[in-house]
Design a protein around this ligand. Structure first.
Ligand code: C2O
Ligand code: CU
Length: 567
């Protein structure tokens, strides 16, 4: 009798909706993290094996729980039978540790980066990043969460017990063929899953619960909401806590973006709440809207028959159970100290344009480029002086919205088409969705890490676009020893080089040099000359023979030239 009653209760509570209990990734923590990338099989559909890739398992990867300030040794062993990389998305690490396309891990080898966790408490993630293979390796299953903890976050009354009142949710859509194998690339991504679980259900306690939501999809943007338009609270964006919690009924999440949200299930024991995407509300020109291009003339192969496009659908369900012993029962208002970078401190504005290769109505099927060039592993698109504070102004001249992502830094949005960002976008960010015909400006500082050898990436996080060349790379260089911005560099020359004493600076008419600093090979400052006049000679006679660096401070930024003293 009792069994029958329970069975009936379950049927009623789930509304006869097939459900699978949500997979909760295992965790790794401490200062020594070992990952093994492997091939596997996984039953997304019970009874049918799908070929997959995973880290330390058949699909996805363990959640890494790290503490700010810890020095962590990683080991990433590649057993997938092909070259790949692992990138720590959102984390501020040196280019050598970043795991971009240049830092390849050959089959049967191990990559051992180690670095100090410098980021604020937040939800980051890791995934492969081999050029032209990112979509395949991610879609087949390699992706994991990184949770960073710090003292500021720990002092707040927030749910933070993993798997009890704090859950990671990686939301993905994939395309399966008739034999239930994953198809990459595809615009027929009609299967929605959370943590690799289709029709996922989670038992949640009747209290405030935290969800770390990651859009891990290749292409699709979600318009997150709860059924009945129940309010939820965003507490964090990509790079950690917001300054105060934001009450929302919708939250747009593009590929690569994260948001920590709180849902208050207090007093709801026995009820079911659905996490949904209200994609019918998307304006056209967002992948997930009724029309993928900004106008009806733009078509994308495979897109229109896909039932997820332009409709509201369930992502997963929460079945509310009893409270835990020590529940969080209220939503904190004030969260972390967020210190945006002031626009007045920027050294330079860089202008980037995202555009289709073929601008016609068929453009959505094709390739997209940034500043008219496709990614080339051998071309450095920007050289950024270490310590620069920069504004990047990015415009989208294509018919579809692109999520722009940059490595190394977290940024602050200044404006979207001149309008200050909503609270959701006022915190630290590393991905931003840029709609057709929109211009967004962000500000960031390139601090701490430089390399003359390994660049960082910026790209569209729609993995098909990225793989097809919608990516660029930049080096951050220590200007005391390296070469600064090449556009500015081309406008300034010094002569003669080599020199036996005096040198002269020649500039194009729009560049004015105010100050000159001379460095030796070790980056030691030897001499500073202020109020430099036009055609003024700089005397290097007193310096030893060999390479020196002339750092010039101009109205257009800093430029450094190498000179050989030969007397
Ligand atoms: Cu999440 Cu360059 O990527
Ligand atoms: Cu794109």
């Amino acid at each position: 009798m009792k069994i029958k009653f329970t069975f009936l209760a379950v049927l009623i509570s789930v509304g006869l909706f097939a459900q699978n209990s949500l997979l909760i990734p295992s965790t790794l923590s401490g200062t020594s993290i070992n990952l093994t990338l492997q091939n596997g099989t996984y039953q997304f559909y019970s009874g049918t094996n799908t070929t997959t890739m995973g880290a330390n398992g058949n699909v996805l990867g363990p959640t890494l729980i790290l503490n700010k300030g810890d020095f962590v040794n990683f080991s990433v062993n590649n057993q997938i039978g092909q070259t790949t990389t692992i990138h720590w998305h959102g984390m501020h690490v040196s280019p050598e540790n970043d795991g971009g396309p240049h830092t390849t891990i050959a089959p049967n080898t191990t990559w051992t980066p180690s670095f100090t966790i410098m980021d604020k408490a937040g939800t980051y993630w890791y995934h492969p990043h081999l050029h032209t293979k990112t979509n395949e390796h991610v879609s087949k299953g390699i992706a994991g969460f990184i949770i960073v903890n710090d003292a500021e976050e720990a002092a707040l009354t927030l749910p933070r017990t993993y798997g009890v009142d704090d859950f990671p949710l990686v939301v993905q859509t994939k395309d399966f063929d008739a034999s239930k194998q994953i198809v990459v690339p595809s615009n027929s991504d009609d299967v929605i899953m959370v943590n690799a679980t289709i029709d996922a259900a989670l038992q949640t306690p009747a209290q405030v619960v935290r969800f770390r939501v990651l859009n891990g999809s290749s292409m699709r943007v979600f318009n997150i909401g709860l059924n009945n338009n129940k309010t939820f609270y965003q507490i964090a964006s990509d790079g950690g806590l917001l300054s105060s919690s934001a009450a929302l009924t919708r939250l747009q999440l593009a590929p690569g973006e994260r948001a920590d949200i709180l849902i208050d299930f207090s007093g709801m024991t026995g009820q079911t709440v659905f996490l949904k995407s209200y994609a019918s509300e998307f304006s056209n020109g967002i992948y997930g809207a009724t029309t993928p291009g900004m106008g009806p003339g733009f078509t994308l192969t495979g897109y229109n028959p896909n039932p997820l496009n332009g409709t509201d659908f369930n992502i997963m369900q929460f079945n509310v159970t009893t409270q835990t012993a020590s529940p969080v029962t209220s939503i904190p208002t004030t969260l972390a100290t967020v210190t945006p970078i002031l626009e007045s401190t920027s050294n330079i504005t860089r202008t980037l344009l995202m555009s289709p290769v073929d601008s016609g109505p068929n453009q959505l099927n094709g390739d997209f480029v940034i500043n008219s060039v496709a990614f080339d592993l051998n071309v450095i698109n920007y050289t950024i002086p270490l310590g620069n504070t920069e504004i990047w102004s990015i415009s989208n001249n294509s018919a579809i919205a692109h999520p722009f992502h940059i490595h190394d830094v977290q940024f602050f949005i200044l404006d979207r088409d001149g309008v200050a960002p909503a609270p959701s976008e006022q915190g630290r960010k590393d991905v931003i969705l840029i709609k057709p015909q929109e211009t967004i400006r962000f500000i960031t500082k390139f601090d701490d890490f430089s390399s003359d050898v390994v660049p960082y990436m910026y790209h569209c996080h729609m993995l098909f676009h990225e793989d097809r060349g919608m990516m660029g790379q930049f080096k951050v260089v220590n200007t005391a020893l390296g070469v600064a911005d090449e556009v500015l560099g081309n406008k300034v020359s010094i002569y003669p080089n080599p020199t036996d004493g005096k040198i002269y600076i020649n500039t194009q008419s729009d560049v004015t040099i105010n100050k000159v600093e001379v460095f030796d090979m070790l980056g030691r400052s030897l001499k500073t000359i202020k109020n430099v006049k036009k055609d003024q000679a700089i005397d290097l006679q007193s310096f030893s023979m060999g390479i020196h660096f002339i750092k010039m401070y101009s109205n257009k930024g800093i430029v450094v030239k190498k000179i050989v003293v030969n007397h």
